[in-house]
Design a protein around this ligand. Structure first.
Ligand SMILES: [Zn+2]
Length: 104
């Protein structure tokens, strides 16, 4: 007796939306377009025509990227938002991640 054709229970499902209710504005990651609270996102702003990662909280316009999702930092994904500067932004993000040892 052989049991073939069983559906493999691979976990390819998307992560369920968090049921936590947090205060504060929601922003969308420019790479994956997911809406998250500001605390979970990295903020980038453009000054003098150059995009840079902002560590301090500042007002003004900017772009947001998932803080805990290195996949969102790939140059390919950033190109849509940052154009020719995607590579430099990606390098900044990857450099920051290298300093912290919170890899998952
Ligand atoms: Zn993202």
């Amino acid at each position: 007796m052989t049991t073939a054709g069983l559906p493999s229970p691979t976990s390819s499902a998307q992560a369920a939306s968090p049921s936590k209710t947090k205060h504060g504005p929601e922003r969308s990651c420019v790479a994956c377009r997911r809406k998250r609270s500001q605390g979970e996102l990295l903020r980038l702003s453009r000054a003098g025509g150059v995009w840079a990662v902002q560590n301090s909280h500042r007002t003004g316009r900017g772009s947001y990227l998932c803080a805990d999702t290195p996949a969102c930092w790939a140059e390919k994904k950033l190109r849509r938002a940052f154009g020719a500067q995607a590579a430099s932004v990606s390098a900044q993000l990857l450099g920051q991640n290298a300093q912290s040892s919170s890899m998952k």
